[in-house]
Design a protein around this ligand. Structure first.
Ligand SMILES: Nc1nc2c(ncn2[C@@H]2O[C@H](COP(=O)(O)OP(=O)(O)OP(=O)(O)O)[C@@H](O)[C@H]2O)c(=O)[nH]1
Ligand SMILES: [Mg+2]
Length: 245
């Protein structure tokens, strides 16, 4: 079994080397078959340069340089995660953030669940045993509200669908036809997987706020895209008139 780690980076020159090294060390120590796919977008700092340098010394690191044009507006993390996943060869895929926010201990637990026939396993900050650590209280409130709303609207039982940190079987990915370009890809993936009848699981994780680098989080943009997504999916899955046989 091969595990593909997909890591999105945007202006993470202070984090990208330690992040890729940390994942590499984890995978090596745990004797995994693995590959690491860092996906860089629009970085105007040395991120791309550093990724190129470390990938030359280690064949398991296979960077994707997606958009070079820094003038392109808007967050494209969703597109980056899709591009990385499309390049992956592993049977299992893990999305993990490039600012060192996710605990490597959780990788093991996600992989164990995938071995136990789960299709999509969330790293969950809000389930018992998980922690949002030093995450800003407003962000913690907003992100947990995104999950609560999905529970009310769609009946999804897991506790953290707004965290992009997750693992899944690669073969379930293409059929979901994910479209969100930015951060809202996280709930979109969860909601579409739920309605597809896939087996969703979760493992507790402890979140760590970034120490270095600049945040790509934009409150207005994110809230707006979440509301639009939830309305669109509510219409698609809950209000759409049933077709006559
Ligand atoms: N490829 C790519 N990566 C992105 C983009 N925007 C953000 N990222 C990366 O996605 C991850 C999550 O973005 P963050 O800026 O940490 O967003 P956040 O976690 O909501 O905000 P923080 O509180 O700063 O951690 C980081 O690894 C970013 O470098 C993008 O447009 N393209
Ligand atoms: Mg972050």
């Amino acid at each position: 079994m091969t595990v593909s780690f997909i890591i999105p980076f945007h202006n993470e020159e202070k984090n990208c080397r330690s992040m890729v090294t940390r994942v590499d060390k984890f995978a090596h120590t745990n004797k995994l078959n693995y590959e690491i796919i860092p996906v860089d977008d629009r970085s105007t700092d040395r991120t791309a340069e550093i990724l190129a340098e470390i990938s030359q010394k280690n064949g398991k690191i296979k960077p994707v340089y997606r958009i070079k044009d820094s003038r392109k507006l808007g967050n494209t993390m969703g597109k980056a995660l899709i591009a990385g996943t499309n390049k992956a060869i592993g049977e299992f895929v893990i999305w993990t953030m490039g600012d060192l926010a996710d605990s490597t201990v959780t990788y093991k637990e996600i992989i164990n669940k995938l071995y136990n026939n789960y299709d999509l396993v969330f790293g969950s900050r809000y389930m018992p045993g998980g922690s949002w650590g030093n995450l800003d209280p407003l962000k913690a409130f907003l992100s947990s509200s995104g999950t609560r709303l999905a529970r009310i609207l769609f009946g999804i039982k897991v506790h953290d669908i707004t965290n992009a940190f997750r693992g899944f079987r690669r073969d379930i990915f293409n059929s979901l036809k994910l479209e969100e370009t930015g951060f809202s890809i996280s709930p979109e993936f969860a909601i579409k997987a739920y309605f597809k009848g896939l087996k969703l699981g979760e493992v507790p994780t402890t979140y760590t706020n970034r120490v270095e680098g600049v945040s790509s989080f934009k409150l207005y943009q994110m809230t707006h895209s979440y509301i639009f997504l939830y309305l669109k999916l509510f219409f698609k899955y809950k209000l759409k008139p049933h077709k006559l046989p």
